[in-house]
Design a protein around this ligand. Structure first.
Ligand code: UTP
Length: 324
């Protein structure tokens, strides 16, 4: 099986962080989003990987080649023309083996065994109350997909496509992606992967679905922080430090410096970050950042950023009330 991970997008919803770093390299619970995805698939035996890069692709490639020995092909998508286009660009690396397409900004509880055992192509789905922001699948009563619909305005199905696609018939997806581009088939002005999958359905490919419960989006600051909370709950990693109070779960990198502070719950303090005289909870302090004399909550501090607070100098008389 080959994993295909598109990471070419600009990540506008995570600005200002994505002005200087591609979204997939943002730190969550101690390592980049892409690191979580790669660790999960490599530990489950995936050996061949295609990563579709674009925006700040060189940084992605440097990170992967520095940290992983797997057989990774990097393919460049010059313009973000949609997910269908990203997978089309990647298709030059496909041979006949099945594909697992994994969106680069989502961390999944992924069990590849389920997909490997499947006799059919299969789409990861989750029941959602409001499916209008998602692509959805419509099923028949044998649970086979009869239709893919991108961001439906009418309620055709509540089964949202979460960003995991297992494709058995690699030759057919290649042909359908070629058709998508050649015939300029776009929805909402983008080449959609769901349109290519619909073409596959029309050609007779059978798709089933598999449930995905663990699905942690990293596309916006609120969801990046909730994913940070979830991952810290799963594997808190910490160390004891003198004059530091730790309220688990937290991640404090071995190469971080923390002094006279309260860390946690749900705090990530990344490599070479420095935290002094501060209280940090439900926040991410990224690589090399420095925070001093500050209370932080629901905050993301970018790489090498500096945040300096103050202690108050107060001279408050008896029975006064001060709200700071
Ligand atoms: P998103 O729709 O979240 O796009 O793509 P984005 O650009 O990363 O983020 P926003 O919306 O501007 O904030 C989901 C995944 O598909 C990839 C993205 O990199 C992300 O991993 N993608 C999307 C591509 O690789 N190419 C595309 O043309 C579109």
């Amino acid at each position: 099986m080959r994993a295909v991970i598109p990471v070419a997008g600009v990540g506008t919803r995570l600005r200002p962080h994505t002005y200087t770093l591609p979204k997939v390299l943002l730190n969550v619970a101690g390592k980049p989003i892409l690191g979580h995805i790669l660790d999960s698939i490599i530990s489950q035996g995936i050996e061949r990987i295609t990563i579709v890069t674009g925006y700040m692709g060189k940084l992605v490639q440097d990170y992967v080649t520095r940290n992983y020995k797997a057989d990774v092909s990097f393919i460049s998508q010059r313009e973000s023309l949609g997910l269908g286009h990203a997978i089309w660009v990647a298709s030059e690396t496909f041979d006949s083996e099945p594909l697992m397409i994994i969106l680069g900004d989502t961390i999944f509880d992924l069990n590849l065994e389920l997909a490997k055992k499947s006799d059919f192509s299969s789409i990861g789905v989750k029941f959602v109350d409001d499916p209008r922001r998602f692509g959805v699948v419509v099923l028949n009563n044998q649970n086979f997909v009869t239709k893919f619909v991108e961001k439906p305005q009418e309620r055709v199905s509540n089964l949202a496509i979460v960003g995991l696609y297992y494709v058995k018939n690699t030759e057919l997806i290649k042909a359908c992606l070629n058709r998508l581009i050649k015939e300029n088939i776009r929805t909402k002005d983008e080449y959609q992967l769901t349109d290519a999958l619909q073409l596959m359905l029309d050609e007779g490919e059978q798709f089933t679905t598999f449930p995905v419960d663990g699905w942690y989006d990293c596309g916006k600051s609120e969801t990046l922080l909730s994913t940070n909370r979830f991952l810290l709950e799963q594997s808190p990693k910490s160390r004891q430090m003198k004059d530091v109070v730790i309220i688990p779960p937290v991640f404090i990198d071995d190469h971080a410096i923390v002094e006279r502070s309260v860390i946690g719950p749900y705090a990530t303090v990344a490599r070479e970050a420095q935290v002094k005289d501060s209280v940090i909870r439900d926040s991410i302090v990224s690589d090399g950042a420095s925070v001093s004399s500050t209370l932080l909550e629901q905050s993301i501090i970018g790489n090498n950023a500096v945040v300096k607070g103050n202690f108050y100098h107060l001279n408050v008389g008896n029975s006064s009330e001060v709200n700071l």
